[in-house]
Ligand binder design. Structure first.
Ligand code: UDP
Ligand code: MG
Length: 328
């Protein structure tokens, strides 16, 4: 049997006051079980990342850290978004642990998958993906949009694990590698597979959010999907180039047709077709400019190299550390 692993669980929280007490006690119980089985060490930790919540989230985290040294907290100075919060947590704890698991605060992902992930880690995996078996508990809308999203990503040549969200284990080595990704447009489930190393999956059933509501409204979901595609794939821009080429060929045919009509003497028959191609080409151009703009916008964000997160406080084992931030 392997030595116990020093495990850190990173939990991003945005306005999660309704779920934190339940989540923390379930996780603490699980840690107790895993420690009893000598799977993880006594100094393993559960670290909550407060992503600039407006409710009592940080107060709850703070009191948890005082109650039990297993709990730790990271407070981000403002709402950086789910992906940045997860990244902030992982980068902050990476030097303290053997491996880290990221999991949402709402317990939709089955925490019983965590011991299985640790076992895979102990047998040599550097990255273990949590994959949902079925999506019965999601709404029909969420299910279909999610499937469409994964299919689209696949079609565009983005390496992505089907039905895997941000519930995963990463070894310290994998985290060190991830730390070298300087990009600002964070899409972790696209980035992690490009890190490489030996990986495996653990399957689980996804539950319903037991309290509070989704912090991912449709607008955030769409922008997340759009970001994922444009950060990882240039297929959209290729498709536009193809469309532009086809439009040009049509335009040449139209030009020949117009000239021939003119010579034959059917000149005024051309009005409709001219109007048509005018609109068509105008449309294609606008679309292309918009899409190119999307990439330029991304480059703009990258060249600014702003920190992706700023940490206000980090409590670990009852001791407070300050001035830790993104050096990527
Ligand atoms: N979250 C966050 N920052 C945000 C939005 C969400 O840290 O700006 C966290 C949230 O607290 C939760 C996780 O990200 O732990 C996933 O959010 P949610 O469960 O609302 O998304 P859904 O499961 O509905 O996709
Ligand atoms: Mg959720």
């Amino acid at each position: 049997m392997s030595n116990p692993t020093k495990l850190y669980v990173v939990v991003p929280c945005y306005n999660e006051e309704e779920v934190l007490n339940e989540t923390s006690s379930q996780m603490l119980a699980l840690f107790g079980d895993m420690q009893a089985d000598s799977l993880i060490t006594e100094d393993s930790r559960i670290i909550f990342v407060d992503d600039g919540s407006k409710d009592k989230t940080w107060e709850i985290i703070d009191s948890l850290t005082k109650k039990d040294p297993t709990f730790g907290g990271i407070k981000l100075a403002h709402n950086a978004g789910h992906q940045n919060a997860v990244f902030a947590g992982l980068m902050t704890v990476k030097d303290d642990c053997d491996c880290a698991v990221s999991i949402d605060a709402d317990l939709q992902d089955d925490i019983l998958a965590i011991p299985k992930m640790v076992e895979k880690y102990q047998s040599g995996c550097e990255v273990v993906y949590g994959v949902r078996n079925k999506r019965d508990t999601d709404t029909f809308f969420k299910r279909t949009t999610a499937v469409a999203f994964y299919k689209l990503m696949e079609l565009m040549g983005v390496k992505i694990v089907f039905n895997h969200a941000d519930f995963r284990l990463m070894s310290r080595r994998a985290l060190e590698a991830l730390a070298n990704y300087p990009e600002r447009n964070m899409f972790l489930r696209g980035m992690v597979p490009t890190v490489g190393f030996k990986s495996d999956c653990v399957y689980y059933d996804r539950h319903e959010r037991f309290a509070g509501e989704s912090k991912y409204p449709l607008k955030k979901m769409l922008s997340f999907a759009f970001d994922g595609i444009t950060s990882f794939s240039i297929s959209p821009i290729r498709a536009i180039t193809v469309l532009g080429t086809i439009a040009c060929i049509i335009a040449v045919i139209m030009a020949i047709y117009t000239i021939v009509s003119k010579i034959i003497g059917h000149a005024d028959a051309g009005w409709a077709s001219v109007m048509l191609s005018l609109w068509f080409i105008g449309g294609v151009q606008l679309l292309s400019i918009g899409l190119i703009g999307e990439y330029i916008g991304k480059m703009y964000k990258e060249v600014k190299r702003r920190p992706r997160f700023i940490i206000e406080a980090y409590i670990n084992g009852g001791e407070k550390r300050e001035n830790i931030s993104d050096k990527g």
